[in-house]
Design a protein around this ligand. Structure first.
Ligand code: ASP
Length: 336
């Protein structure tokens, strides 16, 4: 049940990892039954900066989804507050299928972190489908002193007051991964927030910050080009496209295990027909060989067709909200 008409209320630390019905169809919304959908451009809101990993994944699937729908998709970056500004904008949008949100794991962490979030993930959105689950990497400016992940841990402990750790704001995947790192290393570092890890990576390459965690969808190219130093991947298995980079478990920090799931959302009360059309187009895009190849190059893969569904996505969101609520409460972290 949506909270649209009510005042808006506002992975594991240990093992982290659209549409309204017109009066005749009984759906209770306002966006039509989806018969002629889409009749205008669809906007996918990315709640982080252009050029970052969430943006990259969105742009990979936008054209094949648009082709499957027989329409046009525009990607819009609405940054701020760890992805909560963009998510809030979509929660308040018309439930007509023309405003879609691409979000990641941050959808499930924000309620535990922000006092006045302004939306509730399960109540204010319809889930469309999962998209991909992306490993993270721990990366540093290329001239950062530590040579290995073990050296990094020793170094940051000895230099805690001067080492800088970039992230994409409170609740972002990079922030959570950084929390896990600091908690496992037993250290508190200076965190430098950005509007997304696109600009954070630019600063890392430029040497303005020391290190950060980020998805392979953003870091793979810079690692391959030798512009950043890769210490570890945060998945239990090595990432095929980064075969030389050890896992955090191999490097002695198994607690730093996190991968970043992404999903598409529309505002609550979007009609089921439109949600199904979007989910169908998502499945088509994820089966596109060019998308599969691009993702593989960047260390990830599309989810299965069964996971690119509203039901699988909702189940994942529900489970992750519970997991992160506990993890964040235990960690005692708050954004506001
Ligand atoms: N990777 C970012 C994060 O830390 C978000 C982004 O820029 O896509 O959550």
């Amino acid at each position: 049940m949506s909270t649209r008409s009510r005042p808006r209320m506002i992975a594991a630390l240990a093992a982290v990892s659209l549409i309204a019905a017109c009066s005749g169809n009984g759906g209770g919304g306002t966006g039509g039954d989806g018969g002629n959908y889409p009749e205008q451009n669809i906007t996918i809101v990315v709640p982080f900066s252009a050029g970052g990993p969430t943006d990259t994944v969105t742009r990979m699937i936008a054209d094949p989804m648009a082709a499957a729908l027989g329409g046009k998709i525009v990607v819009q970056n609405v940054e701020g507050a760890g992805g909560t500004v963009g998510a809030g904008q979509v929660a308040r949008a018309e439930p007509d299928g023309y405003t879609v949100l691409m979000h990641h794991i941050g959808m499930s962490t924000a309620p535990a972190l922000y006092k006045d979030l302004g939306y509730q993930p399960l109540e204010d959105f319809e889930t469309v489908g999962l998209v991909t689950e992306v490993p993270m990497t721990v990366v540093a400016r290329k001239d950062f002193e530590p040579a290995t992940f073990q050296d990094l841990v020793t170094y940051v402990k000895a230099n805690a007051t001067k080492v800088t750790l970039a992230n994409a704001g409170i609740g972002a995947a990079s922030h959570l991964c950084g929390l896990l790192f600091q908690s496992a290393a037993g250290v508190k570092l200076q965190e430098v927030p950005y509007q997304g890890t696109g600009p954070a990576l630019t600063d890392l390459v430029g040497g303005q910050v020391d290190f950060m965690c980020d998805q392979t969808t953003n870091t793979s190219g810079q690692i391959a080009a030798g512009k950043v130093k890769a210490y570890a991947v945060t998945t239990p298995e090595r990432v095929k496209s980064l075969a030389d980079v050890p896992t955090t478990a191999e490097a002695g920090m198994p607690q730093l295990a996190v991968s970043v799931w992404h999903g598409l959302y529309v505002p609550a009360d979007t009609s089921p027909e439109i949600v199904q059309k979007l989910s169908g187009a998502l499945k088509t895009a994820l089966a596109d060989q060019a998308v599969i190849d691009q993702m593989a190059k960047l260390g990830t893969a599309p989810v299965t067709a069964a996971d690119a569904t509203p039901e699988a996505h909702r189940a994942q969101l529900d489970e992750q909200l519970q997991t992160w609520a506990k993890v964040i409460a235990d960690a005692g972290v708050k954004a506001s």
